[in-house]
Design a protein around this ligand. Sequence first.
Ligand code: G6P
Length: 605
Amino acid sequence: MCGIVGYIGTQQAAPLLLEGLTRLEHRGYDSAGVAVLGSGLRVAKKAGRVRDLSADLPKRFGGKIGIGHTRWATHGPANDVNAHPHVDAKGDVAVVHNGIIDNAAALREQLTDEGVELVSDTDTEVLAHLVARSTAETLEERVAEALAAIEGTYGVAVLHADFPDRIVVARNGSPLIIGVGDKEMHVASDLGALVRYTTTVAHLDDGEMATVTATGFTTYRQDLTRVQRTATQVDVDPASYDAGEHESFMRKEMLEQPAAAERVLRGRLDERFGTAHLGGLNMDARETREIRRVKILGCGSAYYVGQMGASLVEELARIPADAEAASEFRYRNPIIEHDTLYVAVSQSGETIDTLLAVQEIRRKGGRVIGLVNVVGSAIARECDGGIYLHAGPEVAVASTKALTNMFLGFALLALQLGRVRDLSISEGKRLIDALTAIPAQLQEVLDGEDRLAEIATGLAQAESLFFVGRVRGFPVAREGAQKFKEISYRHAEAYQTSELKHGPLALISPEVPTVAVVPDDELTERNVGALHEIAARRGPLVVVTHPDVDLRGLDVQRIDVPRSARELDPILLTIPLQLLAFHAAQVLGHDIDKPRNLAKSVTVE
Ligand code: G6P
C-alpha cells in the first residue's frame, strides 16, 4: 500500500524520488506525487502511475531535497488533489503520510472553524496545516506538536521551506527507514526503495522521530528526548529487487523456490535427534511441552498456508491446531489462553490485521511467535519469538516463495513440537529426510512448466472455475483458487470435494472446469469417486496428484508431482497451481506483478 521516499544530498532529488517510487509500485497504489525544495517548494502529484507523473514533471523541479509518495486511496477517491504530498495554505509545508489518522474528522472541523481551507478529502492534509500553524522554533518541535494532536498510525516525512536543510520523519505503526549514503541520505517506507543506493540503514521504532540532513541523522522520541539509533549494514542483495532477465517478479520468485527452501531449512535440522532446531522461538523444552493448543493467524495466502500449518501441527505433534483469518480474530473478543501458542504468519510483517491480532493477544497476556519474512518488521518485533523465513525479498503481489517457506517453517515447528511429545525419533528422521529432499522436488515440479502453461491456456478461457480438495488438500485448493483469481481475474472458487454434492455440483457444466487436488492418502478413493461425479456432468477436469494414483479411467488433464512424506505433500501440490495461475494471467495479458485493486502489503484495516 502507500509508500514513502525522501532524498537529501548533492544530486537532483526529483529523478531519484521517481526512481524510488517506481520501486514501491508493487505495494499497490493509485496515485503518486513528489515535493522538491529548490528555490521554493514545488509539488507535482497525479492520479495514475508513476510514469504518468514523470511524464508531466516540469523541468523546473530543481532541488537537492525532496519527498515522494505512492497513495492507496482510503479517505477520498484516487484523484490529483487527494494524492500526496499535501501542503499548507501558504505552500511552505509538504507532508507525505502512510497510515490512518483516526481523529481526522474532528481535526478537519477544528481547522475549518479556525478559518483553514482544506482542499482535499484526505486525513493527511490536516498534518500539513497543523505543522504550518505551529509557532514553535524548530521544525522538529512543530512536527512533534502536530503529531501530538493526532491519533492513529503513521509513517510521515515533512519538508518545510523555512528549514531547507532537513527532512523530519516519524513513525507510529507504519515503517520508516533511513538510508545512509555518502554526503546524501535517503528515507523510505520499504527497503526496496533505497537498496540500490545504500544498504546502510537505520529503522525507526514506533513513537520515534528523526531529523535527516545531507550528512547524517538524529533520532528522538516524540517528546524530543534523544534516543540512540545507529545505522547497520543490511545483508540484502540489491539485485533481488530487480526482475533481471525475467518478464515478471512472480516468475522469478517462483523459480527461486528451491533455493529459498534450502535457506529456511539450513541449520535447522537436527539429524541426530530427528528434530528441528528453532532457537528463535525463545521457549525451552518444558515450556514447549506445556502447549495445549496452537492458533495460527494470517491474512490471504498466509491464512491458507496457516491452515496447512495447522494440519502439520495436529498430525506431527498431536496438538489441537487451527488457523483463522487475522482480520476477523480480534473482533470476536477472543479468549486468550496461557497454554495456547499463537502463531502470526506474514511475509511482509506489516499486514495491519495480523499486527493488531498480535497486539490483542499480547495485551491479554498470550504468547505469540511469528513466521515472518521481513527481518525487523513490525510483526517480527512485536512477537515473543519466531522463525524467520529467509525467502529473500518478495516483490510480486501474489506470494510464492514466501508461502513455500511459511509451509516449511510450519513443518519445522510441528517437528520440534512433536519431538518433545510423542513423535518418535524414527518418525522425526523420516520427516527430516523428506524435508531435505524438498528443494530438489520443488525444482522437479518447476521443470514441468511448459505443460502447465498449456493447461493454463485452456483454463484461462473459462469465466468460472472450481478448485477442490479434501482435508490436507483443501487449503491447497483454497490457495490455488486465491492465486488464480488474484492475477487472472477469473472467478475461482475453492470447495471441499466432499461438499460438492451439497450445492456446487449444480454449477458443473462443460464451461466450468474443476482443478482437483488429489494427494495419495486415505481419501484418494473417495476423491476419485467425486471426480467421476464431475465427469458425469461433463465438467472438464485438471487433476493435481502423484504418479501411480489410479484415477479409474477418468479423462482428465493430469499433473503428477513427486511424493514427499504425506504430511509434506501439500507444498508440492501447491506449486503447479502457482504456475497455472501465472500462465493463465499471462495468456490474458494481465499485469502479473501488480494485479488490479490489490496491494502487496495491506497496512490499513
Ligand atoms: C495481501 C497480499 C496477499 C498476502 C496478504 C498477507 O492481501 O495481496 O498476497 O497473502 O496480503 O500478506 P503478508 O505480508 O501478511 O503475508
